[in-house]
Design a protein around this ligand. Structure first.
Ligand code: AMP
Ligand code: MG
Length: 467
């Protein structure tokens, strides 16, 4: 039986004093619920009908049992280390044990200034909040580990960016918000007792099986590398570009986190960049595994004193762990590509060449990445020579349809939905798009328009930071 109250058990606040600052949300003058994720609410043990959602998820009414905090973290932003970032516009309400027994963070994003806000206003606008809502739910529907969206509430208060925009708060659910940057915060201050405490906490929360390992911290590093390798391969399989893979935006749980200027690639080109702030292409599509490994090397550095007392030994062990990321990634990537190409049975030596050959045939041809894979189910392919070798492997159309989405978050659809919500108070395009992309693999009549990329002549797509 669902209940109205949150089943809070706030271990981060309880066990990790010194890792956060207390906070409270700014009052929202006229909170209006834009969207509640009722299925997720039920998963969290809540009764959606009994929830005063607008008040709770605007931050006006902290639910009973919440311990409202802003978490400390540092991070490398576009390669430059910033020793203090932290939750500048987010507040952790606490942790809930869901109906499956899983511990989940409930966080408000855009609820006002905190001890970590620096010059920022701590707020968010309706557009970026709904973008993160769509992205999180879309990735989840694709089977990709991600933070989720529980609610979006308009505050009734404007935020000032380049223009005046309607303000909103996103309620985000994550298996935790511990980032590579959380480790960096304490390592940068040489607070190795705290790094150890955080590592022990992270192991207990996300990798409990490692607690008994003879070297739990090295095992932890290996496991984070493994989960990240699996995650980034999944991004690449669906053409997702995160856009801001800074170390503060990399969760040690292996979930996708912090959807800002992210997008799905339409026409295949490995150098695709969407974010307007990524002028060097650091976080380009094909660079994502390289950057993930770079970020994991930053995590490794923070763990060195825990891995071994002897510096040289610690560095060697940590370096091996990080270098192993490439093999893990290649493994996950090929495994996923085999499924996308409908290749069944035992892996064969020619599979890698089939996978890379398919992409090479697409490159620079203005071919839609998503549709190219999907049309393999009808035995259509970008190149005849390639198709011949592929057919010899007797590909399975059902496997292809299960592993290649038909409906993804097309950039022009996202923009249209956010514009309608922001400019006309019209949530219909958002609702429809959400419904379409939460069943990404199932073809449904009447939705043909949602399968198509934007017309070629439209401007190159750019997304902006969700600040
Ligand atoms: P992000 O771009 O969300 O990864 O955020 C990077 C850092 O900037 C984090 O420490 C955020 O808390 C902070 N930040 C981003 N936007 C704001 C804002 N409007 N007000 C205060 N801090 C912000
Ligand atoms: Mg961030």
């Amino acid at each position: 039986m669902a209940v109205t109250s949150f089943n809070f058990d706030n271990t981060y606040a309880k066990d990790l004093e010194g890792f956060y600052a207390p906070g409270h949300a700014d009052p929202a003058p006229a909170p209006k619920l834009l969207k509640l994720n009722t299925a997720l609410a039920i998963e969290l043990g809540l009764d959606p009908d009994q929830l005063n959602a607008a008040e709770i998820f605007s931050g006006n009414q902290p639910p009973e049992g919440a311990t409202v905090i802003a978490q400390a973290y540092a991070g490398h932003q576009f390669g430059n280390f910033v020793p203090q970032l932290g939750d500048g516009r987010a507040l952790l309400l606490g942790e809930v044990i869901d109906i499956h027994g899983q511990r989940r963070d409930i966080q408000l994003k855009g609820s006002g200034r905190t001890a970590f806000s620096r010059g920022g206003d701590g707020k968010a606008a309706v557009g970026p909040v709904l973008r993160e809502y769509l992205m999180g739910e879309g990735m989840h529907a694709l089977g990709i580990p991600t933070t989720r969206a529980l609610a979006a509430v308009a505050t009734g208060q404007p935020v000032f960016r380049e223009t005046r925009l309607p303000g909103a708060v996103l309620t985000r659910v994550a298996s935790s918000h511990i980032r590579v940057g959380t480790f960096q915060f304490f390592a940068a201050r040489q607070a190795y007792d705290k790094v150890k405490k955080l590592a022990d906490y992270s192991i207990a929360r996300h990798y409990p099986e490692l607690a008994k390992d003879p070297n739990p911290y090295l095992a932890f590093l290996n496991s984070v590398c493994d989960r990240q390798a699996s995650l980034i391969a999944k991004w690449v399989h669906v053409g997702f570009i995160h856009g801001v893979m800074n170390t503060d935006n990399m969760a040690i749980s292996g979930e996708t986190i912090d959807y800002g200027p992210c997008a799905f690639m339409d026409r295949y080109s490995p150098s695709t960049v969407f974010s307007s702030i990524d002028r060097q292409g650091r976080y380009a599509f094909a660079n994502q595994p390289v950057i993930a490994r770079w970020n994991l090397a930053r995590l490794a550095e923070t763990l060195l004193p825990l891995i071994d007392n002897d510096d040289k030994v610690a560095i060697e062990k940590a370096t091996n762990a990080v270098n192993n990321f490439t093999d893990l990634y290649d493994h996950y990537w090929l495994e996923g590509m085999r499924a996308k190409l409908g290749l069944k049975g035992e892996p064969q030596p020619g599979d890698l060449l089939l996978a890379t050959g398919f992409l090479a045939a697409m490159d620079g041809q203005n071919i839609d990445y998503t549709l190219a894979f999907r049309s393999l189910a009808e035995k259509r392919s970008p190149s005849e020579a390639w198709a011949e070798a592929w057919q010899e492997r007797n590909p399975d159309p059902a496997l292809i349809l299960q592993n290649n989405p038909l409906y993804i978050l097309r950039n022009h659809r996202v923009e249209a939905a956010l514009a309608a919500a922001t400019e006309q108070n019209n949530l219909e395009p958002f609702e429809t798009l959400l419904e379409v992309i939460t069943q990404p693999f199932t073809e449904r009549p009447g939705l043909e328009a949602y399968t198509q990329p934007a017309p070629l002549e439209s401007e190159p797509y750019r997304t902006f930071c969700g600040t």
